[in-house]
Each structure stands twice: as structure tokens, then as C-alpha cells.
Design a binder for this molecule. Structure first.
Ligand SMILES: CC(C)(COP(=O)(O)OP(=O)(O)OC[C@H]1O[C@@H](n2cnc3c(N)ncnc32)[C@H](O)[C@@H]1OP(=O)(O)O)[C@@H](O)C(=O)NCCC(=O)NCCS
Length: 150
């Protein structure tokens, strides 16, 4: 597998498909397109399998010395194979190279798979944002990890 930073629209269809099948309230193509084209802080990464197929992606922001992980998704058939772990380790290493020293993200309180993934990567729950999510309404857990050395 290979992890690439996305710099043009070529992988957008694959990313939109993964986003749509992974979330009840997905980011739209327009939002992803805007992030890709206009935002100085946005970094989008894809994980490709040997045949070039995009199996996972991550959208994050690097804001000063903080990495904000906005969305991560792995194709259902590729889950539980260490894909998200590999992708996030890569994202954290790239952010560290750009002088980020901590990372944060929000996750639905019921998303046990994601919580276990993040806790395995050294993130800890620091706060709850009540009823933050819609479709369905749910609390958000806010996680942080201090230090991005792997
Ligand atoms: C959450 C998600 C990104 C995990 O991707 P993944 O590639 O399957 O994760 P990994 O294989 O790297 O798993 C790492 C660890 O996370 C935990 N984990 C992952 N999926 C799990 C599940 N379904 N149930 C329990 N723990 C799980 C395990 O501890 C796992 O380690 P193990 O396989 O050695 O036990 C994936 O399930 C997904 O795309 N879900 C839908 C989108 C989503 O919820 N994204 C996160 C939003 S914040």
C-alpha cells in the first residue's frame, strides 16, 4: 500500500464515495473540493492498495502547531487490517515534520471502533460536547494527543 497527499481533483470521486458510505452526515463533494482548492491549512491523504484503488482517506488541518483530524474513513472491505492506523501514523509524522506538536479530533460517543483506534494511537478523551452531532443527534467526545513522535 502507498499513502499520498492529494493535490488535485483526481481522487475526489473515490473520496466522496468513501465519505458517503462511511457517515450518516457526510461532507459534500463541494465542501471537499473547496477544502482541496482554497484552504491553506487543509491536507488530504489517500491510502492506495497495490492496484492503485483508494482504500482510505483522511482530511486534516494543520493550524499553527496543532493537527486537527477532521475525517478518516476506510472502505468497509478493508477494515480491521491496520489501514487507518497506518494512515494516521503517516498523517501525524507529516504534521510533526511541519512542526505540529499535538493533535485533536472529535468522535461520536457511540463510535467504539474509532475510539479504540484513536486510543491505540495515544489519544485521550478530554471533554464532551453535548448533542454536537445530528442525524442522529449525539454527543461528541473531544480527544487530544500531546506530542506527535511515534
Ligand atoms: C474507524 C475506522 C476508520 C477504523 O479503520 P480500520 O482500518 O478498520 O482500523 P485499524 O484496522 O487500523 O484498527 C486499529 C484498532 O482500532 C480498533 N478497531 C477498529 N475497528 C474496530 C471495530 N469495528 N470494533 C472494535 N475495535 C475496532 C481495534 O483496536 C484495532 O486494532 P486490532 O484490529 O489490532 O484489534 C473504520 O472503521 C471506518 O472507516 N469507520 C467508518 C468511518 C468512521 O467512523 N471514521 C471515524 C470518524 S471519527
Amino acid at each position: 500500500m502507498r499513502i499520498d497527499r492529494v493535490s488535485d481533483d483526481r481522487d475526489l470521486d473515490a473520496i466522496v464515495a468513501l465519505e458517503t458510505e462511511s457517515f450518516t452526515n457526510p461532507w459534500t463533494r463541494e465542501t471537499l473540493e473547496w477544502e482541496l482548492r482554497n484552504s491553506d491549512v487543509t491536507h488530504i491523504y489517500v491510502l492506495r492498495l497495490e492496484d492503485g484503488i483508494v482504500a482510505a482517506f483522511c482530511v486534516c488541518w494543520i493550524i499553527f502547531d496543532e493537527l486537527h483530524i477532521n475525517t478518516v474513513a476506510v472502505a468497509p472491505a478493508e477494515r480491521r487490517r491496520g489501514r487507518a492506523t497506518a494512515l494516521l501514523k503517516h498523517v501525524m509524522a507529516e504534521a510533526a515534520a511541519r512542526h505540529a506538536v499535538r493533535a485533536t479530533l472529535e468522535v461520536r460517543a457511540s463510535n467504539i471502533a474509532a475510539l479504540k483506534l484513536y486510543e491505540g494511537l495515544g489519544f485521550r478523551v478530554t471533554a464532551t460536547r453535548p448533542r454536537y452531532y445530528s442525524q442522529p443527534e449525539e454527543d461528541a467526545l473531544i480527544l487530544w494527543r500531546d506530542g506527535l513522535d511515534l
